[in-house]
Ligand binder design. Structure first.
Ligand SMILES: Cc1cc2nc3c(=O)[nH]c(=O)nc-3n(C[C@H](O)[C@H](O)[C@H](O)COP(=O)(O)OP(=O)(O)OC[C@H]3O[C@@H](n4cnc5c(N)ncnc54)[C@H](O)[C@@H]3O)c2cc1C
Length: 475
């Protein structure tokens, strides 16, 4: 007899574990998703306009290792390697603007104004990153070494440090002085080895969709618009789930992709856990959030695939992502946002928009509702601030703008939860390695599989890491 598995949520972690288990043959998976779109924060939706159909991502826009990372690994394991095609963010390589000036990296590294001795030490850092052993990494975790403290072993130059801080912000969505050094090293090493950052053809949603198609092709079930209200527990054992409309789905195993805190505190409820456990769950801290704008243009104005912009108004001596977030939380949005990350997604995948048009995503840091973001008061301000920031690099946007769509943290919160944050439970020094939330909950046959319970990886790859690890345990 096959084991009945109910998966709650079609985010990357849920879709991946569902596909792996259904493909294995000994499990019968039913995946329940509250929205009418597959993929959670990795979903892609269609916007029908007079110019034709545009495909827009809910949140995400760049994948660290594409087919060479955890997402590709799951596709290989379910025999669907070819069901997602990848477009790499190279030729042209990412355009990098530092303090307003375009720098051809690494050829023009001297333009950064970092002293030669520090540049030499940073080269050593890149070499060391490839040579760290598991034991070295564990030591960094045990000593709770953060990324900035670690980098100061190599450089004290403020420009160099703020540059790394910018990258930590982009990858882990927390300040570098909170980011676990070990996690940065693991992810950096993976990316330098694989050199395959990019974008999935058809939008980010192609990946969770490929996993869900596989669940159905192998006889499993996918039910959309099926919000789970409660995980049913009898004698400290998960026995199934109850939907908002009262429907019960019995199960031998329940796997929740719906976020660690939401699963424990709302779907199961505090009464089923010790006070010590729920206090621990409540104490986990989320990453910061971003605000994404999706800019549609009536013609192609750039051949770039990726633009990273740090404006000249940034004070590198005191650059601090947390401080910027706090400033924004007070409602102080600059006229032009000084740090913008902009993938020109239609140059990586022209099928995302009608022929001849262009689609640019641009994202920047933004507080969550809990931190003071008021959608009514701030939405337009932030949107204009990001648009003005990217116009510094792409001034022609002004003349070719068709429309702008956006995802604020408020929108993400409504869609996928976790206060609209990018990562969910952050990869801070005290929340990685042995301190990461566990997949096994203290209730029999109940597991949590999402970015919160992934051990290593950037964004979506962290969520799929969780699926691969849980799969190994369950079989
Ligand atoms: C704005 C933004 C930009 C990002 N950019 C990138 C990027 O460029 N690259 C990258 O790799 N990552 C990026 N990320 C991070 C990435 O999207 C997430 O790490 C990843 O998608 C999380 O996957 P997950 O498995 O944890 O599930 P989630 O995406 O959190 O999905 C959880 C799912 O569970 C469902 N659910 C919740 N509660 C219930 C319930 N009660 N019943 C039924 N269903 C339920 C939700 O509807 C959702 O579909 C970004 C995230 C955001 C928000």
């Amino acid at each position: 007899m096959k084991k009945k598995v109910v998966v709650i949520g079609s985010g990357l972690g849920g879709a991946a574990i569902g596909a792996l288990l259904q493909h294995q043959g000994r499990f019968d998976v039913t995946l329940l998703e509250k929205n009418n779109l597959i993929g959670g924060r990795y979903a892609t939706y269609e916007k029908k306009t007079d110019e034709g159909i545009f495909k827009l991502d809910v949140g995400c826009h760049l994948i660290a290792n594409c087919n060479n990372g955890t997402m590709g690994e799951v596709l290989k394991r379910i025999g669907k390697n070819d069901s997602v095609q990848w477009s790499y963010a190279r030729r042209p390589k990412p355009a990098f603007y530092f303090l307003g000036e375009r720098i051809d990296f690494p050829k023009e590294v001297n333009k950064l104004g970092i002293p030669n001795e520090d540049l030499f030490n940073l080269l050593n850092l890149m070499r060391d990153v490839t040579q760290f052993t598991e034991e070295d990494l564990k030591k960094l975790d045990d000593e709770q070494v953060d990324m900035r403290t670690f980098l100061k072993r190599y450089t004290s130059d403020p420009k160099a440090l703020s540059l790394f801080s910018f990258f930590a912000g982009m990858e882990f969505v927390i300040p570098d002085y909170l980011t676990a050094a070990s996690e940065w090293i693991v992810c950096q090493r993976q990316m330098s080895t694989n050199k395959s950052s990019g974008y999935p053809i058809g939008g980010c949603g192609s990946v969770p969709r490929a996993y869900c198609n596989n669940i159905e092709e192998n006889g499993g079930k996918l039910i959309l618009q099926a919000p789970v209200k409660e995980i049913l527990i009898e004698n400290n054992e998960a026995t199934g789930v109850k939907l908002e409309d009262g429907t019960v789905h019995p199960a031998d195993i329940v796997i929740s992709n719906a976020g660690f805190k939401h699963t424990v505190l709302d779907l199961v409820g505090k009464d089923h856990f010790s006070e010590e456990f729920t206090q621990k769950v409540e104490s986990y801290e989320y990453s910061l959030a971003t605000f994404q704008i999706k800019i549609a243009l009536d013609e192609k104005i750039t051949d770039e695939k990726m633009i990273m912009y740090i404006g000249e108004e940034i004070d590198v001596d005191s650059f601090d992502r947390q401080a910027i977030s706090e400033m924004l939380a007070r409602g102080e949005y600059p006229e032009e946002f000084p740090i913008v990350f902009a993938p020109i997604v239609s140059n990586m995948d022209p099928s995302l928009c009608p022929e001849g048009k262009q689609l640019i995503f641009a994202g920047a840091g933004c507080p969550t509702a809990a931190q003071g973001f008021d959608p009514k008061k701030h939405h337009e301000k932030v949107q204009n601030s990001i648009l003005n920031g990217i116009k510094n690099v792409l001034p022609k946007i002004e003349d070719h703008l068709l429309w702008i769509d956006s995802s604020s943290p408020h929108d993400i919160e409504k869609f996928a939860g976790e206060s609209g944050t990018v990562i969910g439970i952050a990869q801070t020094i005290n929340q990685v390695g042995k301190n990461r939330p566990k997949q096994e909950l203290p209730i029999k046959n109940l597991y949590c599989c999402c970015a919160d319970t992934g051990l290593h990886g950037i964004g979506g790859e962290l969520a799929v890491d969780s699926a691969l690890r849980l799969y190994n345990k369950l079989i």
